[in-house]
Write a protein that binds this ligand. Sequence first.
Ligand SMILES: [Mn+2]
Length: 477
Amino acid sequence: MHGARPISQRHRALKRAAPRLSTVGSAGFDIGGIGPAALAIAPDEFANRRRQLMQMAGDDAVMLVAAAPERMRNADAAWPYRQDSDFHYLTGFPEPAAVLALLPGRQHGEAVLFCRERDPVYERWHGESIGTERAVTEFGMDDAFPIEDIDDILPGMIEGRARVYCHFGSVPEFDARLLDWMRRLRQLRGGGVVPKEFVALGHLLHDLRLYKSRAELKLMRASAAVAVDAHLAALQVAVPGRREYEVEAELLRAMRSRGAVSAFAPTVAAGANACVMHYQSNRAVLREGELLLIDAGAELDCYASDISRTFPVGGRYSREQRALYEVVLAAQLAAIDEVRPGLPFNASHTAAVRVLAEGLCQLGLLRGSADAAIADESYKRFFPAKTGHWLGMDVHDVGDYRVGGESRVLEPNMVLTVEPGLYIAPDDYSVAERWRGIGIRIEDDVAVTRDGHEVLTERMPKEAEAIEALLAARSTG
Ligand SMILES: [Mn+2]
């Protein structure tokens, strides 16, 4: 991994040589000597998370977490499967049709998994299942049962417990089953006692997920490395005349060839399309003189990265593009400086807004002073977004942004994005025509360390000269 270097030094390094792609062999990753085995999260860590959660919930509780259902795209064609983040966090178990029950203090085992039993006929069509046996031997469960038997077994396990922690209101099928289990519990011989309380599991679980472990940070660095490679590859093909989706294809190729998937549908926005915050149609032609904004991230073993860069299709920023770019870059660097333990989450936003407002005033895009633009929020016309979000298994990761009405104080091992931007709408007649239709965002992934921060995506150049140098060196064949 690349340590933090002063900008001037980084500049020199970039001028000397174009950034190298991470070395990737057919076996998967080889990033800084980390092999695929070293990247995987160990069964012990999953067990620790379960233990921690049970401790938080108390002995009279039960926690129920369902695997993500398979989702249909149309007719009988399913979307590519993605495990539920909470379920993955607690099990590492990659299949649908599974439910984890955590039963603190249960004599015959606290961590119980209901999952698909192995079945040769099913496996003939869908490939190997893990099965209840390996759920115990390989995934560290205390006990496992076929998912078909859950209605008969689970209600009896819940009996006598005071609180059920689970997610309700997100997957209707799970809500319906939960109610059915309660009905069955009540009908148990002698009349079962239904838990008195239903508690949202997120309050406990999502606070755990906010702090990344060493193994998770390793995965997030690897995910970031794939995203950097994807952006570098995309930049090579983003020449005038190509379509946005051709650039998207290059991003996806780079990710898939490293065993990752796209963490979200990439934004590849040429020219004024960049002023649409979540532009995803990706169909327009790239034109000389326009900027291209790419917002794309990889997902590796369920861990996301999220990078945005904005560069000139023709290879050189115009005077106006460059002026705005320098403002966004200065805002981003100032915002990253505010990522340190002890500072509130919103400090980076405050810093970014200050630099953006000053820049907008200096360039004459806003009248009056930066203080006034911040006070009356007129800067929001050009920057309507927040400067960042938590990053983890979900690209907009879980975790509270405010605690007791105050912005959350950053602590080591939290990971967030820093992504200020400026977006001048093509029909904003309040500014001179030469500014209109320029959209710029610069986004990096930043982990809070004990004494500051680590920019996980640092290898991706962002200084204007460095980007122009990269573009000048590309083979436009
Ligand atoms: Mn983002």
